[in-house]
Design a protein around this ligand. Structure first.
Ligand SMILES: *[C@@H]1O[C@H](CO)[C@@H](O)[C@H](O)[C@H]1NC(C)=O
Ligand SMILES: *[C@@H]1O[C@H](CO)[C@@H](O)[C@H](O)[C@H]1NC(C)=O
Ligand SMILES: *[C@@H]1O[C@H](CO)[C@@H](O)[C@H](O)[C@H]1NC(C)=O
Ligand SMILES: *[C@@H]1O[C@H](CO)[C@@H](O)[C@H](O)[C@H]1NC(C)=O
Length: 590
């Protein structure tokens, strides 16, 4: 799932629920030879994959070792050829995390993304695994083998989520320090990928990808011209390329969700003159993120939790948690809150024979709630069933959600293909992007945990894991951008202007559990002329919360013309939780 994320629940559920690419068994990335140019190989189902070599260190691109990264790229070709009049170029996308795989995003959501941008023009949609992440190499895995990584995660789980007790905080802090130190020393003296994973480096990679795309289109033109200048399509390509040359430098078209909005904002702030179109959905406030302030994220979380119970009450018999005697949604909420409190007070012994024995506490329910708050349309019903069962004393679904059940075979091939180091990759990005907090004392972290707990009783304790993981992170990035997050006014005729060619389009859902609407307004202030489109759905990003033909219409028009929706535009979702809408549900992004 795309994210700012399920990150927290992934931290807690650990890498036991590993990210496994759909259809990954059909494609082996090590069979592609990394190249300095974009050379594509067919992959997955109708995608094209490439491994692009780029310098490891952009501040010193030709160091003595010529050290490189190989960026894994996947694209869904446009519905028309590059020589067609309606070809709109490439839209680059990033799913968030940080740490999420762009390749997996393309496998799961490439067609949905294309349907968002394709209107009068047809676009190629492209994503990539940022450096250190999944299919890009080298990988930011702190452990030499999966068993070590697993054992580390099991210890983490044993400590429990931060609960405000000083004794637990001491242990957790010491563990975070040990982990940060271990990761910093993992490469044994060699230059570490973790020093080069901050968003500044990723934005610079994205600029290089834009240039490589332009270079390969020019090369295709040269080839087509050589093969017969009389060819109609070659002439059209030539015209297209000349106009591109007049534009002097290739420009980015971008759609970013969640952490992907921070990547977009960074790119726009660093290279404003290289932006053609930019849509950011589910906003992270740059200044807060680099300050390691993860509190304002939770401004609307309680509304999303309430919405779960309210919409369940309204759905009545369609919601498994509803009882005929319920007079209001709050009685449903009270039942669940009581279950959580009971499990906190009296953890349940699970003498599981299908896998190891374990305990269930209130934390397991909090963790189970996290992902559904991101994607209500997709996951509310499953959450209601899980909670209903738990209230009846059946914990089967909750146990499955924890990832503890089932016997593990650490040698299996599917295991070898799994993305087990997402948590570590994510830390390298977000802790490196943030200021150094390794000198903060226990009182600081205690107050931080309390502040987030006050903001959301349901997920504050989970969310604090995100900044807390940085408390012991030792590695500092060589290249870091921490602001200002601003750009000059756009210039539609932009040639050498150093200005974006369109203003920024920002999308937000009404209530977002981790990137609230007010964050979109804050980001807009740094970018004159930008505008927020409000999609009146609940969940993380307009994109994940619900499909909306209305939103798509404005996004397509913006992509095509650079025109923003009118000030104050609001879009209704096409479907809401508990409604059947099978057509919309069949194509939900995840
Ligand atoms: C991928 O290919 C490489 C080289 O041929 C091989 O060593 C590796 O085992 C393959 N990986 C998987 C998961 O099949
Ligand atoms: C060194 O890096 C440059 C690009 O920075 C590349 O063109 C060149 O081929 C590299 N050399 C080797 C030996 O890999
Ligand atoms: C518990 O729930 C699971 C999953 O819904 C179901 O398969 C199982 O039959 C239930 N067990 C009992 C004893 O009802
Ligand atoms: C959290 O709430 C409690 C109780 O209302 C209050 O005493 C405490 O000061 C708050 N802590 C922070 C850090 O906001």
């Amino acid at each position: 799932m795309s994210s700012m994320v399920s990150l927290a629940s992934k931290l807690a559920v650990a890498s036991l629920l590993v990210h496994k690419a759909a259809g990954s068994s059909e494609f082996n990335w090590s069979h592609i030879e990394p190249s300095w140019d974009l050379e594509y190989t067919p992959c997955y189902d109708g995608l094209q994959c490439a491994r692009l070599l780029l310098p490891l260190d952009w501040l010193n691109p030709r160091d003595e070792l010529n050290a490189t990264v190989a960026i894994a790229i996947a694209k869904l070709p446009a519905k028309v050829g590059a020589d067609h009049d309606s070809f709109g170029g490439t839209v680059i996308t990033n799913p968030g995390g940080p740490g999420d795989s762009g390749v997996v995003h393309m496998i799961k959501n490439g067609h949905f993304l294309q349907s968002m941008v394709d209107g009068n023009r047809h676009y190629e949609v492209l994503s990539f695994d940022p450096r250190g992440i999944f299919y890009s190499t080298p990988i930011a895995n702190c452990y030499e083998n999966e068993a070590d990584g697993d054992l580390a995660e099991w210890q983490m789980r044993g400590f429990g989520l931060l609960d405000g007790s000083t004794q637990q905080l001491r242990r957790r802090r010491a563990h975070a320090t040990a982990r940060g130190q271990r990761c910093a020393e993992a490469d044994k003296g060699q230059s570490s990928i973790r020093e080069f994973m901050s968003t500044a480096s990723v934005a610079r990679d994205m600029l290089a990808i834009v240039d490589k795309i332009e270079a390969s289109r020019s090369a295709a033109l040269a080839k087509a011209t050589r093969q017969g200048g009389h060819d109609d399509s070659a002439q059209r390509l030539e015209l297209r390329s000349q106009s591109a040359n007049k534009r002097a430098e290739a420009r980015l078209q971008y759609f970013g969700t969640s952490y992907g909005t921070f990547l977009g904002n960074t790119f726009l702030s660093m290279f404003p003159g290289r932006v053609h179109r930019m849509v950011l959905d589910g906003l992270v406030v740059g200044e807060e993120y680099v300050d390691l302030d993860w509190s304002t994220n939770l401004a609307d979380t309680a509304h999303v939790v309430d919405y779960f119970y309210q919409s369940c009450f309204e759905a009545g018999p369609y919601c498994p948690l509803w009882r005929a005697f319920d007079m209001s949604w709050s009685t449903i909420k009270s039942r669940v809150d009581k279950l959580v409190a009971d499990l906190d007070a009296n953890p349940l012994a699970i003498a599981n024979t299908d896998g190891p024995e374990t305990v269930i506490t209130g934390d397991e329910i909090r963790i189970a709630m996290m992902d559904p708050l991101y994607a209500p349309l997709d996951l509310f019903e499953g959450l209601a069933t899980l909670l209903h069962d738990a209230l009846q004393g059946n914990y089967t679904l909750l146990l499955q959600r924890t990832g503890i059940t089932g016997h593990r075979d650490t040698c299996s091939a599917s295991r070898a293909l799994a993305y087990t180091w997402m948590d570590q990759a994510s830390m390298a990005v977000r802790c490196g992007d943030a200021k150094d907090v390794t000198d903060r004392d226990l009182a600081f972290w205690g107050a931080y945990a309390q502040k987030l707990g006050n903001l959301s009783a349901d997920i504050g304790g989970l969310w604090v894991e995100v900044p807390f993981a940085c408390s012991g992170w030792k590695t500092r990035p060589k290249y870091r951008y921490d602001g200002p997050f601003t750009s000059p006014e756009h210039d539609p005729a932009a040639i050498h202007s150093g200005r974006p060619s369109a203003p920024l389009l920002l999308l937000s859902s009404l209530y977002d559990p981790v990137t609230p609407l007010r964050s979109a307004a804050k980001v807009a202030r740094g970018h004159p002329g930008s505008r927020v489109l409000l999609q009146k759905s609940v969940g993380h990003c307009a994109f994940l919360s619900a499909p909306s033909e209305c939103t798509k219409r404005y996004v397509r028009d913006y992509m095509d013309t650079g025109r923003l929706p009118p000030e104050g535009t609001e879009c209704e979702p096409d479907c809401s939780p508990w409604w059947p809408c099978p057509v919309e549900r069949a194509h939900l992004p995840r």
